[in-house]
Design a protein around this ligand. Structure first.
Ligand code: IFM
Length: 785
């Protein structure tokens, strides 16, 4: 159990996630949720001294490598910089030996700093106080700072500290690096250069140490060691009762994939730059580096200035935790990179990007930091290369985006084999890479959403139109004519609900394809009329003149499943005919996916049971296409059958519950969404945190409780605070203006930082203002049903 209400000091209230009991059985939880990073790299928070069951991970965004032909490309686990080999009087230090008191490990979210402390007593009665501190600098994207402080409380000891750069790491057994070069300069600066085996990305890692005894600099001569894939030093010293020894380790990480070295073939340039940087940081020291890092994070919190007055302190912590991880995982510095479904906090999903980014994370950036939203959408533009190849390989036209994406030109990288089938004992085939195709229209939708909310015409001209037009070409070629009904079908797909494979006419997929094609027609016509030069350019690239009549002919004939007599929209052609079973045991499950203890995927395919929001996603994205009573009926029907086995599900349901005016349910679902990573389940985050769920937490606040929506190009606000909340305040960018929106029981206040007239609809009523707007509670929100 973790402590989410730790009182460290007044100014750190609701900023701290703490572990107060140490167990080697649940190492993954804190490693992942307390992971550090800065968008360039992510460092899983394994303890300094090693334990069986730990996962030491250091990932650098965008450095994908394919281990061999049988595996898909993944983010390689780089050499470890954090492990310390500590010996006390010759005995290896471990919390599994001797005894300890006052254990605490904390992630201070405000400062993005990890600390760990405890008093430890050896079996022969020596007492030592340990404090560890660690950060991945946000100020200096290539730097990591670590400190260990050891105070002798009782007795004298001989302490030995082994530290280095350990390239004997792998991704669950796959070794992504060649042996590499190792060296120690001036007995101080450790260096490991390693190249990935297939993508040929060179990693340049350096580390240096410094020491103090009772606050005074200490020069210790190291014993130097170079082994296979390892370079290390060992220091030894005698400590007397009352002494405090401070050990600092500063490290830097560069790769040949870094933007500043792109096109740079000469390794020596990167190497000497990296070494110089390390030396400069070594001179600067841990404290100054930490203070720069803290200042950088203070700016983050100024930018993403969300406040929440709730009776439950956990709520604000959960929101801050979400924003923290969104910052840590996002490669805001480089448009060639996307966001991994587990961020940079674990090996899960191999660092690949899914629709999670466009649908669950992008809204946070569109409305809080449009520059980063644009960078993420430029990544998808660069991904057109792989998307076009995938379409061609599958016999289609246009751009068919990969379900899982890595380096933009890679195309499809979804693995083919997954978990065990409990009936056959074989591995289950993962069909998503072949038939989970809605990602293409999700991306087109995201481009449109970004454009409408930001007005960034330049993005559209250079990238956006092309994505929307080429994905429409894919859908037009993907549609299948159904002679019997005289309409176009989309057969043999997986919709958002991944418990239904090989289905025909998944409603979400069909509606989104329809949306994609109709948007393409609209933009095609607008460009032809108003922007003939751009139209000509895109026409010569994409053959728009030929595509346009095909779109027109097909659009009206796409089958869009309609509500039946009970107002239920069939999720696909067969869902409603499948067997209904009592899902109570699985609804109350303590671990995700307990259904698979009793059924295999083929059997689940034949039941009315859903993994995650499916039709609900449709209501969220295309909300003005459906009547309130239809939404409500479907919510009631499908939620009962939804196990929320995907972390993408609860936040969507929370937002929709708000739309129905059911704040209590919305709040309950928000809390459950927040507990996916931050809750009591000590294994939910073993493979890494859940990026989409974290984006979803922000969505619950802003799109759910504040009711922010972009509808038909207009900004809407329709707040409904839950009982537990008194006030919610957050920044929101709209068409280039930064608004700060504050909602409380007495009304709504919006402050604009620009001189522009801001137009929006509050609870459906148009309002416009310049500077500042205050609306009393009487003009507040209406539920939609
Ligand atoms: O994209 C999701 C999918 O919807 C459900 N399975 C996990 C993926 C990555 O989060």
């Amino acid at each position: 159990m973790l402590n989410y209400s730790k009182r460290v000091s007044d100014d750190l209230m609701q900023w701290v996630v703490a572990e107060e009991q140490f167990s080697t059985l649940t190492l993954g939880k804190c490693e992942a949720i307390m992971s550090l990073g800065n968008g360039y790299m992510g460092l899983r928070s394994a303890t300094e001294e090693p334990y069986i069951g730990e996962k030491r991970n250091l990932f650098v965004n965008g450095t994908f490598n394919k281990f061999d032909e049988e595996e898909v490309t993944e983010l390689p686990n780089a050499a470890d910089l954090t492990r310390l080999d500590l010996r006390i009087d010759g005995e290896r230090f471990s919390l599994e030996k001797g005894s300890f008191t006052g254990y605490s490990r904390m992630l201070n979210i405000r400062d993005a700093e990890l600390t760990r402390s405890f008093d430890w007593e050896s079996k022969d009665g020596k007492k030592l106080r340990f404090t560890f501190r660690r950060f991945v600098s946000l100020h200096h994207k290539h730097a990591i700072g670590m400190r260990m402080e050891v105070t002798l409380l009782q007795g004298d000891v001989r302490l030995s500290v082994g530290s280095g750069i350990d390239g004997q790491m792998n991704n669950s057994g796959s070794q992504h690096f060649h042996e590499g070069e190792k060296r120690i300069y001036d007995k101080t600066y450790l260096e490991l250069l390693q190249q990935t085996t297939e993508s040929k990305v060179t990693f340049v890692l350096h580390a240096a140490h410094s020491h103090k005894l009772n606050g005074a600099e200490l020069n210790l001569a190291p014993r130097m060691e170079i082994e296979r894939r390892q370079v290390a030093v060992k220091y030894e010293l005698d400590l007397c009762e009352g002494d405090t020894y401070t050990f600092d380790k500063l490290a830097t990480v560069y790769t040949s994939r870094d933007l500043e070295f792109s096109g740079e073939s000469d390794l020596s340039t990167i190497r000497s730059h990296a070494l110089e940087q390390l030396k400069a940081l070594h001179d600067q020291g841990f404290d100054e580096m930490l203070s720069e890092h803290q200042k950088a994070w203070a700016e983050v919190w100024r930018d993403y200035d969300i406040t929440l007055k709730s009776k439950n302190e956990f709520d604000l912590l959960a929101v801050r935790f979400a924003v923290y991880h969104l910052v840590v995982m996002t490669p805001a510095h480089d448009r060639r990179m996307g966001i991994g479904a587990k961020g940079l906090s674990g090996e899960g999903y191999k660092g690949h990007s899914f629709w999670d980014t466009e649908i669950f994370i992008l809204p946070f950036y569109i409305y809080s930091n449009p520059r980063i939203a644009r960078s993420l959408l430029e990544y998808r533009y660069l991904g057109l290369e792989g998307a076009r190849r995938k379409a061609k390989e599958n016999g289609f036209e246009g751009a068919m985006y990969p379900w899982e994406a890595a380096w933009p030109s890679d195309g499809e990288v979804t693995p083919v084999w997954g978990a065990v089938d409990i009936v056959t004992g074989e591995q289950t085939k993962i069909w998503s890479g072949f038939i989970e195709q809605h990602i293409s229209s999700d991306i087109a939708y995201a481009v449109w959403h970004y454009f409408k909310a930001t007005g960034d015409q330049e993005y559209m001209d250079r990238y956006g139109y092309e994505i929307i037009l080429d994905t429409a070409k894919f859908w037009a070629s993907r549609l299948e004519w159904d002679e019997e009904h005289g309409r176009y079908h989309i057969n043999e797909v997986i919709g958002p609900d991944e418990y239904k494979e090989h289905v025909d006419n998944n409603a979400f997929t069909n509606y989104m394809a329809h949306f994609n094609i109709s948007l393409a027609i609209q933009y095609c016509d607008e460009l032809k009329e108003k922007r003939p030069e751009l139209f000509a350019e895109l026409n010569s690239k994409l053959g728009l003149e030929a595509a346009r009549p095909v779109w027109e002919e097909k659009l009206g004939l796409i089958y869009l499943p309609q509500p039946n007599e009970q107002n239920i929209i069939p999720q696909d052609d067969t869902y409603l005919q499948k067997q209904i079973i009592d899902l109570t045991p699985y609804k109350n499950q303590s671990k995700v996916g307990s259904l698979f203890d009793d059924y295999n995927l083929d059997q689940v395919n034949n039941l009315q049971v859903s993994k995650q929001a499916d039709i609900m996603m449709l209501f969220l994205l295309l909300e003005d296409r459906f009547q309130p009573e239809v939404k409500r009926a479907n919510y009631n029907y499908y939620e009962e059958k939804t196990l929320h086995d995907s972390s993408l599900s609860l936040s969507t349901h929370s937002i929709l519950a708000n739309d129905f005016g059911d704040e209590a349910l919305a709040y309950d679902l928000f809390r459950r969404a927040a507990e996916i990573d931050l809750g009591p389940n000590m294994h939910s985050s073993d493979a890494g945190i859940h990026s989409a769920s974290l984006g979803g937490i922000w969505e619950c606040l802003v799109m759910g409780f504040a009711g922010v929506r972009m509808l038909g190009g207009e900004l809407h606000l329709n707040p409904r605070l839950p009982q537990a909340w008194e006030e919610l305040s957050f920044p929101l960018y709209w068409q280039g203006s930064r608004l700060q929106i504050r909602i409380d029981r007495s009304g709504i206040r919006i402050k604009s930082s620009s001189a522009d007239v801001i137009r929006l609809k509050v609870a459906g009523k148009p309002v416009s203002f310049e500077g500042e707007l205050e609306l009393p509670q009487t003009s507040g929100a209406q539920p939609i049903s």
